[in-house]
Design a protein around this ligand. Structure first.
Ligand code: NDP
Length: 483
């Protein structure tokens, strides 16, 4: 099979105005390919094609949309190994995670294939006799999807699947460091019997192609995942054009470890959610708030766990932590290590660049102790294999520290007390709360999103996704006089 590197616009693959080189972060001598970059004219062509195709897709009906989504999901799951390998090669997550991500992407499509059949409306009586009211959901129209590199197949899948399920057309701008995963997903969608132009892939730089896309008055909705800074700009563009917008951005997720916690489990969940995916997850546990009674024992075991993690080539057997995604991200991580030290935090392990058999962006997982919640390393999303331990003398203090953040995506508590767990669930200001579980790791059939600077607009995933990808219409019908 030929590996495509182009744009997919109006039902055709085409060359870009220019290309970028895509390299493997585990081995920068490994060139994955030269990937096309769209110009303004190509983006406009994609927008026009999407606008033309959308009514045909809506009119095709629910059985057709169900069948197409089911076919995409089934193919993703069947090819999870092959596409997962490509994903891991370009993004750097260990192969098992790459495979798992592609399989999960398939589940988003099969889930929304079923949701196609469940999009029921409501009937209401009118307060005025002789009138019937129905409330139905219709597509919003053309949806612009802007996605990040850290889940280069799953994140677009949880946006594209509901967009198509509910009858919309899509113009997708993926992250520029993971174009191969974007092309692989697009090939599967393009292989379906769908209207020309219904689905379009426009790769290119965010500040250029992405900006033009979100500024366009020819889109009806924007779904974005990425950084808070870019998100703020997108929200401003959306308000200017009155475009519906949904955004999932960063976080600074706390994991509270109480004095009655199972410490081994707490260490496993803390290390897993802090360092899994090289810490490049919006759900990563980056603030570990530990009761002072168990602080020393917890920190000692956490450092041992961090040091035992095998950092290496994403495709090598036994690798638990792959490389950082790019040179720029690695440089930013190392700056955060220097910042934490200068703020007075104690670096207990890791934090340096690692040499491996191949030249890549490897970094040793880092634990900072003795941190305060007002330090920048506890306030800014680092998106790095770095976690910060801070002390709390009581549950109330721990909860107050956990809530003292501009973010609110996920939050966890490790405790054997049902009373505390319930209180935490009710009083933690976050979109997802976890009890005796890692902060990272969510299901595909329930809503996902946060509060504060972590999210903006309606929730993603599960039945709640219909809120964003559809528009509600209320119809008043009077029979009139019989003929
Ligand atoms: P960005 O927010 O810059 O990128 C996310 C997506 O937005 C990419 O597709 C990007 O394109 C695009 N984009 C960038 N600028 C614009 C723009 N002006 N208008 C429209 N689209 C744009 O995140 P980065 O990838 O640069 O990562 C930086 C930081 O963001 C990370 O360190 C992390 O803190 C956070 N982040 C959070 C994520 C999350 O899941 N919550 C995911 C990724 C990042 P391009 O790739 O071409 O720049």
């Amino acid at each position: 099979m030929t590996t495509r590197t182009g744009l997919y616009i109006d039902g055709d693959w085409s060359e870009g105005a220019s290309t970028i080189e895509n390299r493997n972060p585990s081995d920068i001598s490994d060139v994955i390919g030269q990937y096309a970059q769209a110009d303004a004219g190509q983006l406009d062509a994609a927008l026009a094609a999407a606008r033309r195709a959308q009514p045909e897709w809506w009119a095709a009906g629910i059985q057709k949309r169900h069948d197409v989504l089911m076919a995409i999901g089934t193919e993703l799951m069947a090819r999870a190994d092959e596409i997962g390998r490509l994903l891991s090669r370009e993004e750097g997550k260990p192969l098992a995670e790459g495979r798992g991500e592609v399989y999960r992407a398939g589940q988003f499509f099969t889930y929304f294939a079923a949701e196609v059949l469940r999009l029921h409306g409501d009937l209401a009586e009118s307060v005025r006799p002789g009138i019937e009211i129905d409330v139905r959901r219709e597509p919003v129209g053309v949806v612009a999807i802007v996605s990040p590199w850290n889940f280069p197949v799953a994140t677009p899948a949880w946006k594209i699947a509901p967009a198509l399920a509910f009858g919309n057309a899509v113009v997708w701008k993926p992250a520029n460091v993971t174009p191969a995963s974007a092309v692989a997903l697009t090939e599967i969608i393009a292989g379906q019997d769908i209207p020309r132009g219904l689905f379009n892939l426009v790769t290119g730089p965010g500040r250029d192609v992405g900006q033009r896309l979100v500024d366009s008055a020819d889109i009806d909705a924007i779904s974005f995942t990425g950084s808070v800074g870019v998100g703020r700009g997108i929200a401003a563009s959306a308000v200017t054009n009155m475009t519906k917008v949904q955004m999932e951005m960063g976080s600074k997720n706390p994991l509270i470890v109480m004095d009655d916690a199972d410490l081994d489990l707490a260490v496993t969940h803390a290390a897993g959610s802090a360092f899994g995916g090289t810490g490049q997850k919006c759900t990563a546990a980056s603030r570990l708030i530990v009761h002072s009674k168990v602080q020393d024992a917890f920190v000692e075991r956490l450092v041992a766990a961090a040091e035992a993690l095998k950092v290496g080539h994403a495709l090598e057997d036994g690798t638990q932590i792959g490389p950082v995604v790019s040179e720029g991200q690695l440089a930013q991580n190392l700056d955060y290590i220097a910042l934490g030290t200068s703020e007075g935090a104690e670096l207990l392990c890791g934090g340096g660049r690692l040499e491996r058999a191949t030249e890549g962006y490897f970094m040793a997982p880092a634990v900072f102790a003795g941190t305060r919640n007002d330090m920048r390393i506890n306030r800014e999303e680092m998106f790095a294999p770095i976690t910060c331990v801070q002390r709390a003398d009581s549950y109330d203090e721990a909860l107050s520290l956990a809530n003292d953040t501009q973010f609110g995506l996920t939050a966890g508590i490790m405790t054997r007390s049902l009373a505390r767990a319930s209180h935490f669930r009710d009083n933690m200001r976050a979109g997802c709360v976890m009890v005796n579980l890692p902060t990272a790791g969510t299901d595909y059939h329930v809503p996902f999103g946060g509060r504060g600077a972590s999210s903006f607009g309606p929730r993603e995933q599960g039945r709640y996704a219909a809120e964003f990808y559809t528009s509600v219409k209320t119809a008043y019908v009077a029979a009139g006089a019989p003929e």
